[in-house]
Ligand binder design. Structure first.
Ligand SMILES: O=C(O)CCC(=O)C(=O)O
Length: 250
């Protein structure tokens, strides 16, 4: 049973929370088969050896949209963002001997949007996996939460995320400052069992090491927001589903 108030307080104070046993074995098995349901030729599938990432996951997978709207996930998101929260971006990624990487200390500062609309405080703009991205003002990122669902157990040996508790309250940090704080402040390792979830504010400083075992480390990462964008700017998922006559929660 999730203690909604405790979860909210923990995320407010530390910028993250670990929740064990969110998914059961059957749900994990089902989610592991999702890359097979994505069209072979889709540019969202990233391969090195096998598939190591599926980008634009909400766009390419109705199952992930369903997961994002499911009671198990809403019970994690709503205590933080309220009942109007909606998913805006999803990615599945693995660390394997063929696709292994480390990530330096950083904050997640970009969002996926449909069209370039120049608005004060938004920028720079970039393209990732064919999708337009922009850095929004901190106020947008402060109204977001990322849910990372672990499909394999994940400890230090296979690249668990390290975080600096409380760093989500420091605003957007220049790269050098992020590196300095990461090197000097005490970090926590977000180890999780298969089926466990990590909730994390995008501005929380985080890093991860390369995996040192041949085990999979598959994670479904879904970003949620609770605010609309200004001046008619649209979240990418909103616009791409609308073009197909679909909705987030069909
Ligand atoms: O999963 C990882 O090892 C790093 C992921 C990350 O840094 C991110 O999603 O921003």
């Amino acid at each position: 049973m999730i203690d909604a108030l405790g979860l909210r307080e923990q995320v407010e104070t530390s910028g993250y929370a670990l929740v064990p046993s969110v998914l059961d074995c059957g749900e994990i098995q089902h989610l592991l088969s999702i890359p097979e349901s994505v069209e072979e030729s889709s540019p969202s599938l990233r391969r090195r050896g096998g598939v190591f990432a599926v980008r634009n996951l909400l766009e390419v997978s109705p199952e992930i949209r369903e997961l994002a709207g499911s009671p198990v996930v809403r019970r994690l998101v709503e205590p933080i963002l309220g009942p109007k929260a909606f998913p805006v971006r999803g990615i599945l990624f693995d660390k394997t001997p063929d696709a292994n990487w480390k990530v330096p200390w950083h904050q997640d500062v970009t969002i996926a949007v449909a069209d370039r609309i120049d608005v004060d405080g938004f920028g720079p703009w970039s393209i990732k996996a064919g999708v337009l991205h922009v850095q929004p003002p901190a106020a947008i990122l402060e109204n977001m939460i990322s849910v990372r669902l672990h499909l394999d157990s994940c400890g230090e040996e296979n690249g668990a995320l390290r975080v600096i508790p409380g760093s989500h309250r420091m605003g957007k940090l220049p790269e050098q400052e992020a590196a300095r704080i990461g090197a000097e402040e005490e970090c926590s390792v977000c180890a999780a069992g298969a089926g466990g979830a990590l909730l994390m504010r995008p501005l929380l400083l985080h890093a991860s090491s390369a995996s040192t075992t041949p085990k999979h480390r598959r994670i479904i990462h879904i970003d949620f927001a609770s605010v609309n964008l200004p001046n008619g700017m649209k979240w990418d998922i909103e616009a791409s589903l609308a073009r197909r006559g679909e909705h987030l929660f069909a």
